[in-house]
Each structure stands twice: as structure tokens, then as C-alpha cells.
Design a protein around this ligand. Structure first.
Ligand code: GRF
Length: 201
């Protein structure tokens, strides 16, 4: 049984879906929900779901390597095998990434390789894209550039605001991330393509 640490910075809706899914015949269990922000709403929700929580506040450390040493201490104490980044808003340095390479996933709200970084939905709308979506990928030192493990697509509709599109994509994030994690935990690295039309729900 793999032990999964989920790293968050905010409300943690993806974290909640991952935790809810890690039951029964699932090949993994949550061992820790960690936030860099003590105010992250997801911490209370994780505790309600019975998952140990930790805060490693980046503002309490002099620099990024010291912060990451704090992360490593917490992850080692929890004996994490896999790290799932779920709305974790800190950039990780190459040494930290290298330490966890092949064992760390992220969800990104665009159809990578399009729109790495922030403001993905506004950028997709501004570009006139007909579709948008989300990607789960392995984390490498190349920001939002690691091997793609799965994607889910949604249409961009006329008149969509970035918030409209974000909420449509988030529904798909909540399907995609648990589905990819289940596969990843048993070593499947093949790409999963979920579309609302050809859903596996
Ligand atoms: C999601 O859109 C995720 O793709 C992005 O940050 C958001 C986190 O949302 N990286 P939540 O905290 O899981 O609700």
C-alpha cells in the first residue's frame, strides 16, 4: 500500500477528492496533507476526514532550500512514497524535485503543453481556443513540463469568463486526478485521456 502526501495551499478541493478515493481496493492511502499556508482551508477539511495535517510555513524560513528541508522533514516523518501536489503554490527547486522525481505528481489547469504557469483560463479564452482542460503530470525540474499522465477536456463556450471556464475545468480535475493517482500508485505511467463524452465514470 503506497502512502500519499498531498500538498496544498488553498481550499483543497482536489485534495478532498483524492482522499475520498483512497479507500477500499485503492492501492494507496493518504498519510499527510501539508500546506505552506497555515490559513489554507483544506487543512481543516483534511483533519475532518481523519488525515494527519502539517504546516510548513514558507515565511518562517530564510530561503527556499531551508523551506524545502522543512518539507522533506515532514514528508519523511510521514513516510510518504508519493507526493501529490494539489494547488500547491510554491515553486520547488531542482534538488527537491530530483529527490522525488518519479514519485511526485501535479495537476495543472490547462491542456499542457499549452499555458504553463498562471492565468491559464484567461489565456485560453484570449487565444480563442475551442477547448480547454486539465493535465496531471509528473513533476520535473521543468516547471509544468514533466511527462503527461492524463488529461481531460472541456469546451470553451461563447461568452465564458475565466471563472466560468475554471469551474468547468475543476469538475474534470476532480475526475482526472483520482483516476490518474490510482494508476500511478501501481506503476502505470501510460497516458489517460478522459473526456466528458467518453468518461469512465
Ligand atoms: C486547481 O485548479 C489546480 O489545477 C490548480 O490550483 C487549483 C487548486 O484548487 N493548480 P483546489 O485547492 O484543489 O480546490
Amino acid at each position: 500500500m503506497k502512502r500519499v502526501a498531498i500538498l496544498i495551499s488553498g481550499g483543497g478541493s482536489n485534495m478532498r477528492r483524492l482522499v475520498e478515493d483512497m479507500k477500499g481496493d485503492h492501492p494507496a492511502r493518504p498519510c499527510l496533507v501539508l500546506s505552506n499556508d497555515p490559513g489554507a482551508g483544506g487543512l481543516a477539511r483534511a483533519a475532518e476526514m481523519g488525515v494527519p495535517t502539517a504546516v510548513v510555513d514558507h515565511r518562517a524560513f530564510p530561503d527556499r532550500p531551508a523551506f524545502e528541508a522543512g518539507l522533506t522533514d515532514a514528508l519523511e516523518a510521514a513516510r510518504a512514497d508519493i507526493i501529490a501536489l494539489a494547488g500547491f503554490m510554491r515553486i520547488l527547486t531542482p534538488p527537491f524535485v530530483a529527490r522525488w522525481q518519479g514519485r511526485m505528481l501535479n495537476i495543472h489547469p490547462s491542456l499542457l503543453p499549452k499555458y504553463r504557469g498562471l492565468d491559464t483560463h484567461a489565456r485560453a479564452i484570449a487565444a480563442g481556443d475551442a477547448e480547454a482542460g486539465c493535465t496531471v503530470h509528473e513533476v520535473t525540474a521543468d516547471l509544468d513540463g514533466g511527462p503527461i499522465l492524463g488529461q481531460a477536456r472541456v469546451p470553451v463556450l461563447a461568452g465564458d469568463t475565466a471563472a466560468d471556464l475554471a469551474s468547468r475545468v475543476l469538475v474534470q480535475e476532480h475526475r482526472l486526478y483520482p483516476a490518474v493517482l490510482r494508476r500511478f500508485a501501481v506503476g502505470q505511467r501510460g497516458r489517460l485521456d478522459l473526456s466528458p463524452q467518453a468518461g469512465i465514470d
